[in-house]
Design a protein around this ligand. Structure first.
Ligand code: HEM
Length: 177
């Protein structure tokens, strides 16, 4: 569910940066209006563009809150020892294992920062919104970098030393009878 939520979240960010970009929509409306007798100011065009984008963007917030719940469960499971916590400081790790565990730790830290700044933008004090936005928008970089490293790592493992890892990720480890 966490993986699917991240992909859907990425889709909302992608739409906001492309087809539903406010400047792009404003330019389309401006071009249409220039062929009629009506005029709207740039501020009005942007306000309308945001209204058009809003139903799509609301899903960013819904999925964001869903991720807050899923991540809380994930962290509780790790803290109570029911699910593995990737500790890169464990001695006797190979360089590859250290890289894997650091990647997870850095990714999880960035996710927590995104979730906290997201909640603060939505429900925190108004004066914090601008500064939170700057930190929050950084999400696109680590999220795409992590997904790239993660998929490359899984494919390398599947075709070299850990055949079956993809099916294990989806269905869990094989239990011997
Ligand atoms: C890991 C989780 C998250 C990631 C990676 C993420 C990523 C992003 C990115 C990259 C943007 C900027 C989009 C752009 O400017 O084109 C953004 C904007 C935004 N996010 Fe998130 N987000 C996450 C979770 C959340 C949560 C939990 C909430 C709130 C509950 C939230 C609320 C918002 C809001 C309100 C904006 C718009 C800010 C503005 O008006 O500029 N996000 N998010």
């Amino acid at each position: 569910m966490i993986a699917i939520s991240f992909l859907l979240l990425l889709l909302t960010i992608f739409l906001r940066l492309t087809w539903l970009n406010k400047s792009g929509i404003a330019a389309i409306m401006q071009e249409y209006l220039s062929n009629t007798d009506q005029v709207l100011s740039q501020d009005q065009l942007i306000a309308l563009a945001k209204k058009i984008r809003e139903p799509m963007w609301n899903w960013h917030i819904y999925i964001g809150f869903l991720l807050v719940g899923l991540f809380t469960i994930r962290l509780i499971l790790a803290a109570s020892g029911k699910m593995k916590f990737q500790n890169p400081l464990t001695v006797k790790l190979t360089a590859k294992e250290k890289f894997q565990k650091w990647t997870y730790l850095i990714f999880y830290t960035c996710v927590i920062i995104s979730l906290v700044t997201g909640i603060l933008m939505e429900a925190g004090p108004g004066e914090l919104k601008k500064s939170m936005e700057g930190i929050h928008a950084f999400g696109i970089y680590y999220l795409t970098a992590y997904i790239g490293i993660h998929i490359a790592g899984i494919l390398i493992a599947e075709f070299t030393s850990q055949k079956g890892i993809i099916s294990e990720i989806i269905s869990g480890p094989e239990i011997e009878e």
